[in-house]
Design a protein around this ligand. Structure first.
Ligand code: TMP
Length: 256
């Protein structure tokens, strides 16, 4: 059995020590949580889908020269990543009003925002990830002004890429969240995109019908989460018919 050292057990992913120094293994679980962990359910196949979708997106970001922690997918649920020092911020980019901004500012859900808006949330479960400003971030030293500039540049580039990617398959990118980390190489440090990008961390609406194809299906209990995620994967051309069978029903013991 698996005797790898577990380094971090999160709500939807587990991190293990990697095969070489400076690497980690990121394992995608089937768990979904919402409202800061108050609601928790397990969806058979979600981890497999998010592993594949996130691999697809991070591979393309790397190809475009947008640096990420992603190295390669290892098997159905795991990927090899570079070890980075996670910056304790959730960086949200919004194109269309939905979710918390609707409540906070009294907007109508679905309204296009005057321009893309970047928001920061301090990653702290006990505090419920409060929204913070650039002033808080630099004053408390969570990131330097230069790092914050790099983070915002990355966020805008990721938004441009994802908006086009999803529009090409009939999906509107409403908003998304990324996390960033510091990658050290010798004396050099650079900010890279870390964590995952998947329907857990994006709002994705069908362009024609506005049907939700993301974690809001679970948050709002309005349908079948795995079906929605599979639809995203299929539109992106990730899942073949065989793969499709693997995310449901009996599991193969072999991993790939
Ligand atoms: P919000 O509207 O709830 O603030 O969410 C904005 C975006 O961030 C949305 O795409 C969902 C994503 N998100 C996460 O990935 N993790 C979280 O914990 C929260 C609250 C939102």
């Amino acid at each position: 059995m698996n005797r790898r050292r577990k380094l971090y057990d999160g709500k939807a992913k587990t991190l293990y020590e990697g095969p070489e120094p400076g690497t980690l293994i990121q394992h995608f679980k089937d768990d979904a949580t919402a409202f800061n962990g108050k609601r928790h359910e397990i969806f058979d196949g979600k981890g497999v889908l998010n592993n594949r979708i996130s691999e697809f997106i991070f591979t393309r970001l790397n190809q475009l020269g947008i640096p990420t922690h992603f190295l390669r997918r290892l098997n159905m649920r795991e990927q090899l990543i570079r070890e980075v020092e996670i910056i304790p911020l959730e960086v949200v980019v919004r194109n269309v009003a939905a979710g918390s901004i609707v409540k906070r500012l009294g907007l109508e859900s679905g309204t296009r925002l005057p321009r893309s808006i970047i928001e920061f949330y301090y990653k702290d479960d006990q505090l419920g990830d409060p929204m913070v400003s650039e002033e808080h971030i630099t004053a408390f030293g969570w990131a330097t002004p230069q790092e914050l500039d790099d983070i915002m540049t990355l966020a805008v580039r990721v938004n441009d890429f994802l908006t086009g990617l999803f529009a090409g398959v009939g999906i509107q990118l409403v908003d998304f969240k990324i996390e960033c980390g510091r990658q050290y190489e010798g004396d050099m440090m650079r900010i890279v995109v870390a964590d995952e990008i998947s329907p857990d961390s994006c709002r994705l609406w069908d362009i024609k019908t506005s049907q939700k194809l993301d974690k809001d299906v679970f948050r709002e209990q309005i349908g079948n989460l795995v079906e929605a995620y599979r639809e995203v994967a299929q539109r992106l051309g990730i899942l073949t018919e065989t793969d499709n069978a693997l995310t449901t029903g009996p599991r193969l013991v072999k991993s790939d």
